[in-house]
Design a protein around this ligand. Structure first.
Ligand code: GDP
Length: 298
């Protein structure tokens, strides 16, 4: 399956929820108040958020006036263009050696995403190492180990309850010694309390930066698309603690509110690097604004 087919499949629930409404909307003959009211309703119901929706509608009104567009069918292309612009933010291509610190609350899909990422980088002939930094949860490193076996990549793990910082220390040593291309670091989603977790993540970050300054180090937050607007507050929380370089949005296939990606990018100005569209090893795709918007409107 190609990228576009995958994002289309991943957005099926969202599309089913809004497709018929969009169809009715763009059948209208005029861009009047009713048209904009209905559009507002559709955007908000797919979790685009009140503020971002208001922005989009204001822009559409201004552009439609400027380009003298009066029919709703033509407004559709304009709307697509505005959405693509909102979703496009600068995100340079990865430079190797590369290390991703994978963070996020429990159950969002961190471990699964690391499994998918190891497969993604292996396919590009990159040498990958995993670090089992979630030593808090008994099953976490076993689960990561299974993914390492499936993608045939090396894993550094210690016993349960070990210091995550020491796992990462060893993993970075190993990465340098082997001149590996990619290090993927799993972390706990919950410790005894929030402060504890954030301190732990800061400590891990310092180790990677101090021990391997030449490494392109990025902190990626994993968010579950089915949690809706709550995802936005998770971005703020983790961003304040460690600073986030990008987002991986999982379970897009499990929600009818796939519009959530728009306020995440446009109001928080953090790039979405990948989206998860299923539980399989290949169900991870690089996020592409044009494909995403086209899939929504197909
Ligand atoms: P962690 O606690 O953050 O490490 O989360 P896990 O990796 O253990 O994932 C939690 C659950 O979410 C598992 O059942 C995964 O199979 C599921 N999951 C992860 N990513 C996706 C996705 O993109 N789509 C779907 N449908 N399920 C996913």
């Amino acid at each position: 399956m190609g990228f576009f087919d995958k994002i289309k499949k991943g957005l099926e629930k969202t599309k089913n929820a809004i497709a018929s409404k969009f169809k009715e909307l763009f059948k209208r003959s005029e861009l009047d108040d009713d048209f904009y009211d209905e559009l507002e309703y559709i955007l908000i119901s797919s979790d685009i958020g009140a503020m971002t929706t208001a922005d989009i509608i204001d822009e559409l009104k201004v552009k439609a006036k400027k380009e003298k567009i009066k029919e709703s069918e033509k407004a559709k292309n304009l709307l697509k263009q505005i959405l693509v612009e909102k979703l496009t933010i600068e995100d340079p291509k990865p430079v190797y050696p590369l290390s991703y610190l994978i963070i996020g609350v429990n159950g969002v899909g961190k471990t699964t995403t690391i499994g998918k990422l190891s497969n993604y980088f292996k396919k590009q002939k990159k040498d990958v190492i995993l670090a089992a930094g979630d030593t808090f949860r008994a099953a976490a490193s076993d689960q990561l180990n299974e993914w390492a076996n499936r993608s045939k990549v090396k894993i550094i793990k210690h016993t349960e309850g070990a210091d995550p910082a020491s796992v990462v220390y060893d993993a970075v040593e190993s990465m340098k010694a082997k001149k590996a291309d990619v290090l993927l670091i799993d972390t706990a989603g919950r410790l005894h309390n929030k402060v504890n977790l954030m301190e732990e993540l800061k400590k891990i970050s310092k180790i990677v930066m101090n021990k391997y300054a030449e490494c392109n180090y990025q902190k990626l937050l994993v968010l579950d698309a089915t949690t809706g607007q709550n995802a936005v507050s998770q971005v703020e929380l983790f961003n304040e603690a460690v600073g986030i370089d990008g987002i991986i949005l999982t379970k897009l296939d499990g929600t009818s509110k796939g519009g959530i990606i728009i306020p995440i990018i446009s109001s928080l100005q953090v790039p979405v690097k990948f989206v998860g569209v299923g539980e399989g090893i290949d169900d991870l795709i690089e996020f592409n604004p044009v494909d995403y918007v086209n899939a929504l409107f197909e």
